[in-house]
Design a protein around this ligand. Structure first.
Ligand code: MLT
Ligand code: MN
Ligand code: ZN
Length: 290
């Protein structure tokens, strides 16, 4: 299985357009220790022929055009993009769907509450007759990749606070390639490691995990305002997830980094500590063969 990590930042990216925090200023100035990051998005393929997005970021157009593997052809309107798996209904994970409306054939998998309440779905129905399928039971995507789903939390996006509660507003995906035996787990929005998480990742080779915040109070410190505890935003801080990560041959990667997260500075002691603990903080464009 081929994996391309197209984007590694939380909503807003790095630098964020309206942010003058230390890291955004340094990324904007081209500081080599603080490389820019686009918003969280991944693409997977068993063979390199058919590709499936994990989430659809607002930076998708730029991510697609920067990735030769995803270029259209040989037919004038032929594209290797076959589908999208959504982990949740947040804007930073779904707005990219609007930039796929030029393409005719697409399957979108999402947990049922996301299928039912994603406002983009009725909008896009005016443009394309895509297939929208529930990500509940194990399901197969192209080239024989096998997917399983783990409900992570009932966190609804801000625009959906009036929608019914459900345990699977946010899920993680486990993508297994029977041809290689390789397994990837993608969990970019984790409030806490739920029961069953250790089993879900047990045979994974690589796990992409929520690395939004380094510590719980970080955003208020960096931007002088806002929520004081980032755990309430549904993102377990790295300092709290790192000691909980099960051992055993799994390679852990933090993604969906908020622009206040000190690990986005590759020269920081926080980044060094994450590396020393055996996890990585991959850059946009990182490729894995699993
Ligand atoms: C999140 O990751 O918590 C959301 O993307 C937040 C947001 O979009 O405002
Ligand atoms: Mn987000
Ligand atoms: Zn910033």
């Amino acid at each position: 299985m081929k994996v391309i990590i197209l984007g590694t930042a939380a909503g807003g990216g790095l630098p964020q357009w309206n942010c003058a925090c230390d890291l955004c200023v340094r990324a904007r100035a081209g500081d080599p220790s603080v490389p820019g990051r686009t918003q969280d998005c991944v693409v997977v393929s068993a063979t390199g022929r058919d590709w499936y997005l994990l989430n659809a970021s607002p930076d998708l157009r730029a991510q697609l055009t920067a990735t030769p593997e995803l270029a259209p052809g040989p037919g004038r309107r032929e594209t290797p993009l076959r589908g999208v798996l959504l982990t949740d209904a947040e804007l930073d994970h779904t707005l990219g769907l609007t930039f796929l409306r030029e393409g005719a054939e697409l399957t979108v998998w999402a947990p049922p509450p996301v299928l039912d309440h994603l406002p983009l779905r009725p909008v896009l129905a005016h443009y394309r007759d895509w297939s929208w399928l529930p990500a509940t039971e194990p399901f197969a995507i192209g080239d024989g990749l096998e997917c399983t789903v783990l409900p992570l939390s009932g966190k609804r996006p801000r625009y959906a606070q009036a929608a019914p509660t459900a345990p699977d507003w946010v899920v993680a995906y486990r993508v297994h390639d029977p041809a290689t035996g390789g397994t990837l787990v993608y969990a970019p929005c984790v409030a806490e490691l739920p029961p069953g998480f250790a089993d879900f990742v047990a045979d994974a080779d690589h796990v992409l995990l929520d690395g939004t915040f380094h510590t719980a109070g970080e955003m208020s410190t960096a931007t002088a305002g806002g929520t004081t505890d980032q755990r309430r935003m549904g993102h377990l801080p790295i300092t709290e997830s790192l000691p909980l990560l099960p051992d055993g041959g799994i390679r852990w990667h933090y993604t969906h980094l908020n622009n206040t997260n000190p690990v986005a500075d590759r020269a920081s002691p926080e980044h060094t500590a994450v590396s020393a603990a055996g996890a990585t903080v991959p850059l946009d464009g990182t490729r894995l063969e699993i």
